[in-house]
Design a protein around this ligand. Structure first.
Ligand code: S3P
Length: 431
């Protein structure tokens, strides 16, 4: 278990280059595996979560070259090219890996078992098991298949029209992947729009995907064709730590290069702009069907806001770092409609409240969010990762503008999504 010691920063500066997008990296490997032909993926996130997805694909007979680097070549074998894995597929800490993989496996005529670490084995799986069973997959698991390990015996599926109770890109993507193995059109409707990387990447692989409001439909048995090189932009969720850091540490001025700015992900930028942040998007362009920009951020004192409704799915992974921004803002910030945070890598409402309190912040927990009273300066403290990469990184950023040193314990978790975080942070914050 290693610790990270954060000293107060006198301002972040320079150009920052970050690792590839996690959501797109998972999908790039999965879709390449069932495409016809070889796909070169550049900017693949070489983190534990996405490596586990690539290893699972290898365990089903797909050659993946370059694993352990950011440049992969996946030798796809088409829709029916996967073979039965000889062992349990271990998705580690990744909810996205497990849920998307379950959707893909539901369409395979073989037996498979999915498992993960102690945190992933506590996260809800009924949200995918129930609709995948309705499509005809035979799935079992712990606690009436509410929890992993899950066993799956897939095959030819029936299409469904699914009205999802949660706005979840993992649920939507699992069902759309299963829908490729169904005899007819599968559609998923969600209460508000979750990230649409699956829809965009399906199109990049040549599939016909229909979208109407918050309903997405895909016809079964469409063949994916390897596109040209698939260049993955940097992860906005990783950039968010630096966007907030530069916003709260006086004298900061940074440019974060080549970041994905898909509108279903940019809730964090919208919220920070409402808080008064100084953020500009430059050099906007498109890459592999995704909008990309360079993001410039300069320090500016923030003010408290209300974060709720359809903003929540567009900022779901950034609520912990937004809670840090709120802790340094003037006045009160209220976060509502975010009960989903309780079933992420940790219960992010209670873990963030507990860690911020250690730094002297006045936080009250709500069933679906929190209320935070901002302060000019937080107190350095000893904080815990709680087995959650985003909590560890959020508290590190909180430490940059605090009085005295902040220690983050057990920072190994950061490697699930952001290898190189400490090096990049040190370079931006102290040089
Ligand atoms: C993800 C979807 C989100 C997000 C997760 C990645 C994805 O979860 O929290 O980190 O890649 O599909 P839900 O949309 O299921 O809430």
């Amino acid at each position: 278990m290693s610790d990270l010691v954060i000293k107060p920063s006198r301002g972040l500066g320079g150009e920052i280059t970050l690792p590839g997008d996690k959501s797109i990296s998972h999908r790039a490997v999965l879709f390449s595996a069932i495409a016809e032909g070889d796909t070169a993926i550049n900017g693949f996130l070489n983190g534990e979560d996405t490596r586990n997805t690539a290893k699972a694909v290898q365990a089903m007979g797909i050659a993946v070259e370059g694993l352990g680097t950011e440049r992969l070549v996946v030798r796809g074998k088409g829709l029916d090219g996967l073979t039965e894995p000889s062992d349990v597929l271990d998705l580690g800490n990744s909810g996205t890996g497990m849920r998307l993989m379950a959707g893909l496996l539901a369409g395979q005529r073989f037996f498979s078992v999915l498992s993960g670490d102690q945190y992933l084995r506590k996260r809800p799986m009924a949200r995918i098991v129930e609709p995948l069973r309705r499509m005809g997959a035979i799935i079992d698991g712990r606690s009436q298949a509410k929890l992993a390990p899950l066993s799956i015996r897939g095959g030819a599926l029936k299409p469904i029209e699914y009205d999802s109770p949660v706005a979840s890109a993992q649920v939507k993507s699992a069902l759309l992947l299963a829908g490729l193995y169904a005899s007819g059109a599968t559609s998923v409707q969600e209460p508000s729009k979750s990230r649409d990387h699956t829809e965009r990447l399906f199109r990049f692989f040549g599939l016909d995907v229909k979208e109407e409001g918050t309903t997405v439909t895909v016809r079964g048995r469409q063949r994916l064709r390897s596109p040209g090189p698939l260049d993955i932009p940097a992860d906005l969720s990783s950039a968010a730590f630096f966007i907030v850091a530069a916003s709260i540490v006086p004298a900061s001025d940074v440019i974060i290069k080549n970041v994905g700015v898909n509108p279903t992900r940019t809730g964090v930028i919208d919220v920070l702009l409402q808080m008064g942040a100084d953020i500009t998007l430059d050099n906007q362009r498109e890459q592999a069907g995704e909008p990309v920009a360079d993001i410039r951020v300069r320090f500016r004192k923030l003010k408290g806001v209300r974060i709720n409704g359809s903003l929540i799915p567009r900022a779901i992974d950034e609520i912990p770092i937004l809670a840090v921004a709120a802790s340094y803002a003037s006045g009160k910030t209220v976060i509502k409609d975010a009960a989903e945070l309780r079933v992420k890598e940790s219960d992010r409402i209670s873990t963030m409240a507990a860690e911020l309190r250690k730094m002297g912040v006045n936080v009250s927990e709500l069933p679906d969010g929190m209320e935070i009273m901002g302060r000019d300066m937080l107190d350095g403290a000893v904080c815990e990762s709680n087995g959650d990469h985003r909590i560890a990184m959020s508290m590190a950023v909180a430490g940059l503008a605090a009085s005295g040193d902040t220690v983050i314990r057990d920072i190994g978790w950061i490697d699930t999504s952001f290898p190189g975080f400490e090096r990049i942070l040190r370079q931006a914050a102290y040089s």
